[in-house]
Design a protein around this ligand. Sequence first.
Ligand code: TNX
Length: 517
Amino acid sequence: SAGMGTAAATPPTSSTASHGQQSLSDVIPAPVEAKSNPRADFWLSPFTHIRTQPGSAEAKQVGKYLASTLRPATGYPLPVTSAKHSFLPSISLQLGKTDPRVGDQGYQLDVTKRGVTIKANTADGLFSGAQTLRQLLPAQIAADSPQPRIWKVPGGSIVDYPRFEFRGAMLDLARHFHEPDEIKAYIDHIAAYKINYLHLHLTDDQGWRIQIDSWPDLTTKSGGPGTGVDGEGPGFLTKAEYADLNAYAASRHITIIPEIDMPGHTNAAQHAYAELNCDGVAVPPRTDIEVGYSSLCIDSEITYTFVEDVIRELAEMTPGPYLHIGGDEAHATTDEDYKKFMDRVMPMVAKYGKTIYGWDEIMQVDPPTSAVGQFWDTDGQDADVAEAVARGNKIVLSPANKAYLDMKYNENTRLGLKWAGFVEVQDAYDWNPGSHVQDVPESGVLGVEAPLWSETLRTLDDIEYMAFPRLPAIAELGWSTEASHDWESFRQRLGAQGPRWEQQDINFYRSPQVDWQ
Ligand code: TNX
């Protein structure tokens, strides 16, 4: 009937968003299926309640989160209740009774005149539905004070679920330490686009950013003032701060993955402890951006005492399943030593109950099939990676020329590097994770991750400028169907995100490829 339409493989090209009106499919990442019904619009009002599944503390937590994001701009009380019956208009978060396609991360969202119902099998699904609902409201919903306007949610229904179970972002705390509050702000930003993993690059040549009780000088000597690129990135996470960050991430349905990079990228550790060097002499600190010159001492027993202590403490303080062991650019380690090192270190990860995650170089040493490799090459091929996938390993895609958020947008970009080329928004969007790596089928792909290295970054503003608008592009590749992939549709929906970012003071790159609203 007139006004009804399915926006799956046929995304909106002449977006209604350009008239300041949200339609049901003006969402990033694009929902799998959106059927609009203009006769079923819902208006938020001072009487709207948020009702959550009786008996579910997790659903209630999502309800409270949603309320906290809607209260500032509306000024409405939006009480969160799990009382069963109510005739008041409501946003209802319910577990179970979903379309079978919804799975364990998806959701259904139905908008009628009487209210909004989000149904999912898990709280993760409810949280994703809540993020979609936020985007269905006018951009001013992101404001931090009451706005004099009405709040329409477009009528219809959405069935939505991710293409890949893993959608990640990475922050490099080693080259420049980002404060816990900045990390939390980034967590909020990425959660809005259904990112569900945050990888923290905690150690590198220029700094060590996580407290390890059994090796305290890691942070006293390599986490303090003078560390980081140009000596301008001081700081480290105490265990209490790390625990708090994990809890904060969990409240945004994001799992933290800590990385200890080894056997290369270890100058900070070898500066803090002389015994980690083959000659027993501590190396000077480094504040430049060279890579590939450091290596732990492979034939020394103390190296493995150190690594096991670090892995044990890190595993103890990390609730998530993955522990990233780096493994990249070990140019100062011979291939033979690299294998010797990894053969001893990889079992330690399992010993402390975690799953190995590592840069794609770890695929050269036949890791256990549970290990996940992070593909960062720029040429779309790697025989070791393809062979590992054939054996049963999975990979996460972070091709540097597509997914690295620290690459400059163009030659005039003040921040960032350009070793993998310039990466404009369309470059970040126009590729297919399911067929990007030669001889790696989609079934071998766990998901995508957008790393943000910090050599040139200092502030949260810097982080935001590099991540927006490319992070939403990678998020859409990780979530939305291949059939819905469409640059025209994406750039229009991206343009509609601009006012939301302005409301939140997110410092973003106004790419000329996008018509910003
Ligand atoms: C390469 S990519 C690195 C990092 C740098 C990055 C800068 C990878 C696994 N290693 O050490 O920070 O390039 O773009």
